[in-house]
Design a binder for this molecule. Structure first.
Ligand code: AMP
Length: 192
C-alpha cells in the first residue's frame, strides 16, 4: 500500500504534533506501507521522513524544482521527483496512492487537503482521506464543514468524504474501513 501524507513544514509547533507524526511513521513502516510526501526536511515533513528512514521504510518526496533550489528538500531521502509547478506536484502526490493522510499543517497542508476533498467530491478520485486530529487542531475545520452543510453549500454525504481520528493508532483502521466508492456526479447534483 502507498499513502500520501500532507503535513506541516513548520518546526515551531508543539511537541505533541511531532510525537503523533513519529508514531504514525513507525506504524506505517511496521505495516509495510510506502509513503509519499512533500519532500521537505523541516517540521512534520522532516520528522515523518526521519522516522520512516530510521525504521527502514520506503519514502518518496515530490517537490517543485523551485523548492529544491532553495534546499528545502530532506537530505536523507534519496527517492525524489521534481516538478515544474505546485499543481503538477499535487497531481503526482495522488498517482498510485491508495490513501491520503492529513496531519496538522498550515496553508500548504490545507490546500492539499481541500484539493483532495474537492477531487473526491467531484468523482475524480475515490481515495480514502483520513485526517489525524492531534490536539483537536482540525475541530474548527470540522465545524466549518458542518456550517457549510447547515447553510447548504454542501450535502451531508459530501461531509462524509473524509474520516477524522484522534490517534495515530486509528489511522490505518480508518483507511481500511473506507468503502472505495467513486461519487457519481450525475446523481450528486442535489444542491442545485
Ligand atoms: P504548510 O502546511 O503551510 O507548512 O505547508 C506544507 C507544504 O508547504 C509543503 O507540502 C510544501 O508545499 C510547502 N512548504 C512550505 N514551506 C516549506 C518549507 N520550508 N520546506 C518545504 N516545503 C515547504
Amino acid at each position: 500500500m502507498q499513502v500520501c501524507v500532507y503535513c506541516a513544514s513548520s518546526a515551531k509547533i508543539d511537541s505533541a504534533y511531532f510525537e503523533a507524526t513519529e508514531e504514525l511513521a513507525r506504524l506505517l513502516v511496521e505495516n509495510d506501507v510506502q509513503v509519499v510526501f512533500g519532500g521537505g526536511g523541516s517540521g512534520l515533513m522532516g520528522k515523518l521522513a526521519d522516522v520512516v528512514l530510521q525504521h527502514g521504510g520506503k519514502i518518496k518526496g515530490i517537490m517543485p524544482q523551485f523548492m529544491n533550489e532553495v534546499e528545502w528538500g530532506h537530505t536523507g531521502v534519496s527517492d525524489f521527483t521534481y516538478t515544474h509547478t505546485m499543481h503538477e506536484r499535487k497531481a503526482k502526490f495522488l498517482e498510485g496512492t491508495d490513501a491520503i493522510i492529513a496531519l496538522a499543517g498550515g496553508t500548504g497542508t490545507f490546500e492539499e487537503l481541500f484539493e483532495a476533498i474537492t477531487l473526491k467530491k467531484l468523482g475524480q478520485i475515490d481515495t480514502p482521506i483520513v485526517i489525524l486530529n492531534t490536539r483537536g487542531y482540525y475541530n474548527l475545520f470540522q465545524q466549518w464543514m458542518d456550517l457549510a452543510v447547515e447553510e447548504k453549500f454542501m450535502s451531508d454525504d459530501q461531509n462524509q468524504i473524509w474520516r477524522m481520528v484522534d490517534s495515530p493508532a486509528d489511522v490505518l483502521t480508518a483507511i481500511h474501513q473506507f468503502e472505495r466508492k467513486r461519487i457519481d456526479i450525475k446523481n450528486a447534483g442535489k444542491m442545485r
